[in-house]
Unconditional design. Structure first.
Length: 983
């Protein structure tokens, strides 16, 4: 499938390239500077952001310490107060003043309380706003709530009450909380602190009453008492809000369970009043959800919603049993906004500079490339093989001037190269090609003598094939130029050098010239310069050597002719010459090989059967004789017949292959000598049946005697039967020979004999091939014993033709065939009834079918163009001029002249051949007499037959290929008269 034509990429002028390069350099410089400034600014901002994150971490750490440390100190002081060991509410109220003082001093302190091992509980809570007072149903002026729970020892009774005090610690209200049964003993802060000698801090959580984020700090006061404080962490969210680097910065403080403890938007932490749990970090924003994914735990950069984020994360010791974690996420576009601004400013500066410098670069490049336009035009002329374009003027630019000089030399070299290559390619014959190669290389090298050696493929010797001295060809043998082999140590040194390299330049005196001395004498030069070129094929194999001889004049002109560029040019021309030489030699070998195959096939066909003798080998000889006579004839019919070398080759090939289709013809059909013969002669079967009938006559005779019959009468009957059988068999045997034509009476007698019957007692379907069994199944088997005809045409004697062998009537070859319905008809009566010869209609079709096979076989061969008419020439020698021939029924005007020549050659050879076992060769007069009748009947070409007689072509052929006793006197005039031609 042909490839689609690709669109050629657009090319730009040199000044455009220079302008683009100039522009690209400016862009590159500006881009690099901009990128450098951008990267430096980015690094500064990122470094500052890292320091800022450190300050944020330190501030949060400090806030945590400032929040937790005072409370820890407070709990430590209160834990040693003996009043914490009080057993009743009235005694515990002594702690009201220090507790309220501590609550007033620490705004983040939500409550202080005591838990007892017996289940008692004492808490002081500040009521800092009306919402809290409303929640606890406190009076409007209540400032503190005391919540007391007391349990009676040994009883389930629980007393829970709230006492409300104003800012002056005056009791203003007292309420029973009998439904609020709080037991500190089941709380984790109580049990953990009671079993730990140090202070404990719970994980942050959401206070149920105030919905503030906070934590609980607790310390054991004694073995039965724990003092604790609820600490709010709301101020941490405000601290985080102060440290937002950019508007979209995400900063969050969270515990080990990913619960958010502090967040700039504090309402997000405590907004869900129905849920007493802290929100999860991943629920606060999409980027925090991405941040909390497992694969992001160690990342310093994250991507979310097409936005890049810079991430920092640190662990803080305060804030819970395992401390807290601080995360800072800053959007890169906001953090690096200044860097982006600087980058765009740099790009604008670069663009402005480019717009100012671009016209200057354009003008400069136009001035630089203007001298090159002339070279481009000259190169275009060379590309169009126009070597007459004016030479490019000199240029002040050194490189351009050198290019112009090289262009001129290249143009001259190419012109010479193409001229030589064209002249070499035009040569189609080998010897003129060698002369042409020498002439052209001598002209280039300005040499006076040249010699070509060619390597013989069989002997592997370099043999001198062509010699030119001062423009005159000579025979190398007249100058005693010897052959040489690679192993010959006596070879000249310059020839040995070519074993290792492709060319050699040597200066030879008379003593070093070896077998070139006579050439030097002819040149009248005591010293010569020799240029040796190794000729090699496309595989690098040596095919010959080219030697050029230049007399040594001692001038600088000698050195000019030996310059490397001159040697390189000669080598290039020699390479083309070597390719032409190798191509010619290869073509000659291929023709020899093809010719050998053709003659091998023809010889095999002749050797296949003695009935064809040397027919395939003699017909080409006679055909070429007729063609040569026609080419030399001045008769009007042949005046325009002047075959070219290719046409001679086509005629030669066609003549040798004219009967190649006979390889498909069964030998037993070609060699069929009797009517009943196939692979064997079936007359023996007929003879056996007659023998059976003769035995039956004797059996009848003996049975008659045994039954008391008259012996003389029985003898007369027996003898009459035996005589009749002998006579009938003799007649059948004569019919089988086919040497005489069958009359109607003979056919009637044959049918009468066939009516005789004999008894078969054995199954004739046993021991035969499956194919014959298949044919026998066309009719039911006869019961035994079966009565058989003496001569029979049975269904199994008919062989069906394979469908693949049928050629349609509208075939592309133009065959017009009368195809018999059966491939073979082995019927005994049918074969014996052949009126002439020994072949049935089916067998004659097979014999004639070799012409069809010849055309089919040759049509399948990939003949080159000049041999394309070989099938037509080879396949037409059985055609007749009146259109009744075989296989295409062509008329004279539809046949080529060579095909008509071959028809005459084929007939004459067949008539005069003396090597056929079934007939003897006819004399010249007999054969030509038969052909004259054929000419009269428009079977052969009359003009060619007239040429055949007048030029005595038959006699020239007969002297070489016909027995002497067949050569008799021929009356040309009577033959032409018999043929209906002018004498």
């Amino acid at each position: 499938m042909p490839r689609p034509m690709q669109r050629e990429r657009r090319r730009l002028a040199l000044h455009v390239h220079i302008s683009i390069l100039f522009t690209c350099l400016l862009l590159l410089t500006g881009t690099l500077l901009g990128l450098f400034n951008y990267r430096q600014t980015t690094q500064i901002i990122l470094s500052s952001s890292e320091k800022l994150f450190g300050r944020v971490r330190d501030d949060v750490q400090l806030d945590l310490q400032n929040t937790y440390q005072p409370i820890r100190h407070l709990l430590s002081l209160l834990a040693i107060d003996e009043r914490t060991q009080a057993l009743a509410l009235e005694q515990r109220l002594a702690l009201l003043k220090p507790f309220t003082q501590a609550l007033n001093d620490n705004p983040n302190l939500a409550s202080l309380y005591l838990g007892y091992a017996d289940g008692d509980f004492f808490m002081v809570r500040p009521l800092r706003d009306s919402a809290l007072r409303a929640y606890f149903k406190a009076p409007e002026n209540a400032a503190f709530q005391v919540w007391s729970i007391e349990r009676e020892p040994g009883s389930q009774a629980v007393k829970s009450e709230s006492l409300f005090y104003d800012a002056a610690l005056q009791l203003i209200s007292r309420q029973d909380n009998h439904r609020e049964a709080y037991d500190p003993r089941v709380r984790s802060w109580f049990n953990t602190a009671l079993n730990d000698s140090d202070q404990i801090t719970t994980a942050p959580y959401l206070f149920f009453s105030t919905h503030n984020v906070g934590t609980t700090l607790a310390r054991r006061s004694s073995a039965n008492v724990v003092i604790a404080a609820d600490l709010t962490l709301a101020d941490l969210s405000a601290t985080l809000d102060r440290h937002k680097v950019t508007p979209s910065t995400e900063i969050v403080l969270f515990d080990e369970n990913a619960n958010a403890v502090a967040y700039p938007d504090y309402a997000r932490l405590v907004g869900n009043s129905s849920d007493a749990r802290l929100p999860r970090v991943q629920d606060l924003s999409p980027i925090l959800r991405r941040f909390m994914e497992p694969d992001s735990s160690t990342e310093h950069h994250l991507s979310s919603a097409n936005r890049q984020w810079i991430v920092a994360r640190t662990q803080l010791a305060e804030g819970g049993p395992k401390g807290l974690q601080l995360a800072l996420l800053v959007p890169e576009d906001e953090l690096l906004a200044d860097a982006y601004r600087i980058r765009w400013q740099g790009a604008l500066i670069t663009l402005a500079t480019l717009l100012l410098c671009l016209p200057l670069g354009w003008l400069t490049s136009r001035l630089l490339v203007k001298p090159l336009h002339a070279l481009v035009q000259e190169a275009d002329a060379i590309r169009s093989f126009n070597f007459n374009h004016p030479q490019t003027p000199r240029s002040p630019v050194l490189e351009v001037d050198r290019l112009a000089t090289s262009m001129t030399r290249m143009k001259q070299t190419l012109a010479s190269f193409f001229e030589i290559a064209s002249s070499l390619s035009a040569q189609t014959r080998f010897d003129p090609l060698l002369q042409r190669v020498l002439e052209e290389t001598l002209k280039i090298a300005q040499a006076r003598a040249g010699l070509i050696y060619l390597l013989d493929n069989d002997s592997r010797q370099l043999e001198a094939h062509a010699l030119i001295i001062d423009g005159v060809p000579h025979d190398p043998r007249h100058f005693d130029i010897h052959s040489a082999t690679e192993a010959d140590e006596q070879r000249p040194d310059w020839l040995k050098t070519l074993d290792q390299q492709d060319n050699v330049v040597a200066t030879l005196g008379f003593e070093q010239a070896a077998d070139l001395q006579k050439v030097m004498l002819a040149l009248e030069s005591p010293r010569i310069h020799l240029i040796g070129i190794r000729l090699h094929n496309r595989h690098g194999e040596t095919v010959g050597v080219l030697a050029l001889l230049l007399p040594d004049s001692g001038t600088e002109a000698d050195m000019e002719n030996l310059q490397p560029d001159r040697i390189a040019f000669i080598s290039a021309i020699s390479g083309t010459a070597a390719a032409c030489i190798e191509s010619q030699r290869l073509q000659a070998r291929q023709k020899q090989l093809l010719d050998a195959f053709i003659q091998l096939l023809a010889g095999a066909i002749d050797a296949k059967s003695p009935y064809t003798g040397g027919h395939c080998q003699r017909v080409p000889v006679l055909t070429l004789m007729i063609a040569e006579a026609a080419a030399a004839s001045q008769a009007p019919a042949f005046k325009g017949y002047q075959p070219t070398e290719d046409e001679w080759e086509a005629l030669h090939v066609a003549a040798w292959l004219h009967d190649c289709g006979k390889v498909t013809t069964p030998e037993y059909v070609v060699d069929k000598a009797t009517k009943l013969e196939t692979l064997y002669d079936r007359i023996h079967e007929i003879r056996t049946r007659f023998e059976v009938l003769k035995r039956d006559a004797w059996v009848d005779y003996w049975q008659g005697l045994a039954q008391g019959g008259d012996e003389p009468a029985l003898s007369r009957v027996r003898d009459a039967s035996l005589a009749a059988l002998d006579e009938d068999f003799a007649f059948v045997a004569r019919c089988n020979l086919g040497s005489e034509a069958m009359a109607d009476a003979d056919l009637d007698r044959l049918r009468h004999i066939a009516q005789r019957t004999w008894t078969r007692t054995l199954d004739d379907r046993l021991g035969v091939s499956w194919e014959e069994n298949h044919r026998q199944e066309r009719q039911p088997a006869s019961p035994l014993p079966a009565i058989e005809r003496l001569l029979a045409d049975k269904p199994e004697h008919l062989f069906e033709r394979n469908a693949a062998e049928l050629i349609p009537a509208d075939n592309r070859w133009g065959f017009q065939l009368d195809v018999p319905p059966y491939k073979f008809n082995r019927g005994e009566l049918y074969n014996l009834g052949i009126t002439r010869g020994t072949l049935t209609r089916e067998e004659r079709y097979i014999i004639n079918h070799h012409m069809v096979q010849t055309i089919l076989m040759l049509d399948q061969l990939p003949f080159p163009g000049h041999l394309a008419n070989v099938p037509e020439i080879a396949g037409g020698h059985h055609e007749k001029m009146d259109g009744t021939g075989y296989p295409k029924r062509l008329k004279r005007e539809e046949m080529s002249l060579p095909a008509r020549m071959m028809a005459i050659a084929d007939i004459f050879e067949a008539l005069t051949a003396a090597d056929r076992p079934y007939k003897k060769g006819k004399t010249l007069s007999e054969a030509l007499g038969i052909m004259a009748g054929m000419c009269r009947d428009a079977h052969i070409d009359p003009e060619l037959f007239q040429l055949f007689i007048r030029e005595e072509i038959y006699l020239e052929y007969a002297r070489q290929h016909v027995l002497p006793q067949q050569i008799d006197t021929v009356d040309a005039a009577s033959l032409l008269e018999k043929a209906g031609l002018e004498a």
